[in-house]
Design a protein around this ligand. Structure first.
Ligand SMILES: [Zn+2]
Length: 177
């Protein structure tokens, strides 16, 4: 069965559609390397700059707009200055041919937390792993916002089930300010 969001897109590379299901429509990733690859779009083969990530995400085709953002962020056009660095990718609406499209854009500000900090689950004490296309940092921020404490995926699922059950007696609202 064809996913309509993916039709006409190249599923081998990350696209705006990969971010649609996230609550925070952005990802923070670490640049692993760059390669020049032949990418076939609409039957045409084109040499593209492709950026790979340390995290488990599909590589991203770097278009001219995003190349400029990278050069500005790292004050250099050299890929050596970018490898190992963290960036945030989000969706921006761009106007082209009189229509609005979702485009994948590198944010022109660096992610605040530069170190690869570890995050631990408040319930089970385990390290929070990346899940649902979110980094550990984003998982931590997302669960903190949603549940009032940082949770790993398994505990977040449990908490979510409890919350749905607890909605009737409102017990869980006690600690909110
Ligand atoms: Zn946990």
């Amino acid at each position: 069965m064809a996913d309509i969001m993916l039709m006409g897109k190249n599923p081998n590379y990350i696209g705006a559609y990969d971010l649609y299901d996230l609550d925070v429509k952005e990802i923070t990733v670490t640049i692993k390397n760059f390669r020049e690859e032949e990418v076939v779009t609409n039957g045409k083969s084109e040499a593209c700059a492709v950026m790979y990530f340390e995290e488990d995400f599909k590589p991203m085709i770097v278009n001219p707009t995003n190349k400029k953002v990278l050069a500005k962020l790292f004050h250099s056009k050299l890929t050596e200055k970018m490898v190992g660095k963290r960036i945030t990718i989000h969706i921006e609406q761009v106007k082209a041919f009189g229509k609005i499209y979702d485009a994948l854009r590198i944010k022109d500000v660096l992610p605040r937390n530069v170190s690869a900090k570890k995050y631990y689950c408040a319930d089970c004490g385990g390290e929070i792993a990346p899940a649902h296309s979110m980094t550990a940092e984003q998982m931590s921020a997302y669960t903190s916002k949603k549940y009032g404490r940082a949770l790993c995926e398994a505990c977040a699922v449990k908490e979510n089930q409890n919350k749905n059950k607890g909605e009737v007696n409102n017990e869980n609202n006690e600690n909110q300010d």
